[in-house]
Design a protein around this ligand. Structure first.
Ligand code: ZN
Length: 131
């Protein structure tokens, strides 16, 4: 079963915890045992699994990516000035897959599913597939 989550971001770069919405999609799917794939359908956003309890860690992730990938030096910047956002999104990747057991996501205690917008603010479409 596919369902879709829409996330409206407010900043240029933002990490948004979408664990609750994904868990609701898994619950609605009525799949007991299986896999859940969370996929963002954009070239300048990513999906990661990590800790969201400490908001500093989300900022640290964005800072680390900023140190790895400078702004304004890419060929693609001549087209729409967001080459760095594309490269950061490619490093993180557009999807994560989580096992499902007893109709619940098998996440670790400190794991959360997060959308990372690298060229916001925008409306981002996240596709959740459970089977
Ligand atoms: Zn672009």
């Amino acid at each position: 079963m596919h369902s879709e989550i829409t996330v409206s971001t407010r900043r240029k770069q933002e990490v948004v915890d979408i664990t609750r919405q994904v868990a609701e999609a898994v619950s609605r799917s009525e799949v007991g045992e299986g896999m859940c794939t969370v996929f963002v359908a954009h070239a300048t956003a990513a999906v990661v699994i990590n800790e969201s309890a400490d908001p500093n860690l989300c900022d640290d992730l964005l800072d680390a990516l900023g140190r790895l990938v400078p702004e304004g030096v890419w060929r693609h910047d001549r087209i729409d000035d967001n080459g760095a956002a594309h490269i950061k999104a490619a490093i993180l990747g557009p999807s994560e897959t989580i096992p499902v057991r007893d109709g619940r996501l098998l996440l670790g205690a400190w794991q959360a599913i997060m959308l990372v917008d690298l060229d916001g603010p925008r409306r981002r479409r996240v596709v959740v597939t459970v089977r």
